[in-house]
Design a protein around this ligand. Structure first.
Ligand code: ASP
Length: 342
């Protein structure tokens, strides 16, 4: 007889874990220990569910790398005991966390599905139950007794996305996330349709390595018409700064004024990495496509290609934490490590 998959539900915080007191209207924390009693539908799923919670669940707007390490350690400690992991997380920084975990969990061969909700689990019109139930169902999917999904994903409002390709696009709609540069991995309708051709597949069968060293000595600058040299100067002069992500226009364009190019060139010479990503929600940086970005190639700017801002932040912290030498940093950054760039 086939063994039912074991799924670990990790509650980190966020709206999904809230329940409304119908008398006072106040939101209070939901007790995940009694999850199966509170959501009896879960017993219909063909898997065993265990739960673990952060000691002090957080609103995800308080997210920081220490919490990413905490999540990664829960997965590391339970990796051999479970076939899949579902992380319940606030939606505000879910794309950042999913991106970070994708880099931290090297050689991942099991599903890690982030989900959350716009309305608390106890609300009448909640989106939490569908998100939770389908995420568990997806995490339990197997093929030849092995997990079908072997990557960090995000499930929200009937769609499964590659985690490091997502962005929160709406603060109100149930469809709060989008993956503009990579197709959906699955869609939940009458049937659960998994788009197998888009799933991440690493060719090597290696053991999980959990990379916990993240370096947050980074900054991000979104350029705008009229941005002054002082803004760049003050950021480039931050003590211990190791990398700056610049959100440029369109396909990676920015001003060609001499002060800008000089500042970028000098900063790279000082050993600070500069990464060019686009402000557009979809599409890619193609440096050299227009004259305005040709100078950046000469200066040694790294192309973030079609990476999201969230994944760029996570990848930068992760690669800095790996102590990669100057030149290789650019080559590795411009390579897809976990399917984060095309
Ligand atoms: N502020 C909340 C959080 O991100 C919103 C949510 O739970 O979706 O934790």
């Amino acid at each position: 007889m086939n063994k039912k998959p074991n799924i670990l539900l990790i509650y980190t915080g966020g709206t999904i874990g809230m329940i409304r007191d119908f008398k006072t209207g106040a939101l209070k924390a939901f007790d995940f220990k009694n999850l199966l009693e509170k959501i009896p539908e879960l017993q219909l799923l063909d898997c065993n569910i265990d739960t673990v919670s952060f000691n002090e669940p957080i609103d995800s707007s308080n997210m920081k790398p220490e919490y990413w390490v905490q999540m990664a350690e829960i997965i590391e400690d339970n990796y051999t005991l479970f076939d899949g992991f579902v992380i319940l997380h606030g939606s505000d920084t879910m794309s950042y966390s999913a991106s970070a975990l994708s880099f931290m969990l090297e050689n991942l061969a099991k599903p890690v599905i982030f989900t959350g909700s716009q309305l608390p689990i106890g609300d009448l019109r909640t989106d939490a139950k569908e998100n939770l139930i389908t995420s568990i169902q997806i995490a339990s999917k197997q093929e030849n007794h092995k997990p079908l999904i072997k990557e960090v994903c995000l499930y929200f409002e009937y769609k499964l996305y590659r985690g490091n390709r997502t962005t929160k696009i709406n603060a109100e709609h149930f469809q709060a996330f989008a993956s503009l540069n990579y197709p959906d991995l699955a869609e939940s309708g009458v049937h659960l349709k998994i788009n197998k051709e888009y799933l991440f597949r690493s060719s090597l069968n290696k053991n999980l390595i959990v990379r916990k060293n993240l370096d947050s000595n980074i900054a991000i600058i979104k350029i705008f018409p009229g941005i002054s040299p002082q803004v760049f100067q003050s950021i480039f002069n931050i003590k211990n700064l190791k990398a700056v992500i610049i959100e440029t226009y369109g396909a990676g364009n920015c001003t060609t004024e001499a002060w800008f190019i000089n500042l970028i060139t000098q900063t790279i010479k000082k050993g600070i990495h500069i990464i060019n990503i686009t402000q557009c929600s979809g599409g890619s940086v193609i440096m050299g496509h227009y004259e305005t970005s040709r100078e950046l190639i000469k200066a040694g700017v790294i192309s973030g290609k079609d990476i999201t801002t969230e994944a760029a932040i996570a990848k930068t912290m992760y690669l800095l934490g790996q102590n990669i030498s100057g030149k290789s940093f650019k080559t590795i950054y411009e390579t897809s490590l976990r399917g984060e760039i095309t």
